[in-house]
Design a protein around this ligand. Structure first.
Ligand SMILES: [Zn+2]
Length: 136
């Protein structure tokens, strides 16, 4: 096991080194092809180059755009999706919104029930467990 210690540690922390950057694949006839990767305005493909430390390999994915600015945006979004704190924040936000929806739905149901005379008759009374006074 000795030499596998490092790999084991990597697995349990699940912190994988990943990098992403926009690259450009200029067409042979592109007039910007000598400008390299410094934000060319040409219409050549601008995929994202992803390096994953666990696989020790690069892979290329389409940014689904030929605009440099939008490719950089895709790059940033991907990087954010890897950030455990941002991911957590997004999850918390989603949870909070889901809870909000549940409260609103429950309130709507409650108000609908309160408005229904049948509900008041069913639950009315004078005892300690009465939800609604029968008079009124
Ligand atoms: Zn180009």
């Amino acid at each position: 096991m000795g030499s596998r210690g490092t790999a084991f540690r990597t697995t349990i922390t699940s912190e994988i080194t990943r990098t992403v950057k926009v690259i450009v694949r200029h067409a042979a006839k592109c007039k910007d092809k000598d400008k390299g990767t410094a934000g060319p305005r040409c219409q050549c493909a601008k995929p994202l180059l992803i390096y994953e430390g666990d696989k020790k390999a690069n892979r290329r994915v389409s940014a689904k755009t030929r605009s440099w600015a939008r490719a950089e945006q895709a790059e940033q979004e991907l990087r954010d999706s890897w950030d455990p704190r941002l991911k957590k924040l997004a999850q918390l936000q989603a949870k909070k919104e889901a809870k909000q929806v549940r409260i609103e739905a429950a309130l709507a149901l409650y108000l609908a029930d309160m408005a229904a005379p049948a509900w008041r008759q069913r639950y009315c009374g004078d005892g300690p467990f009465a939800l609604w006074p029968c008079r009124g």
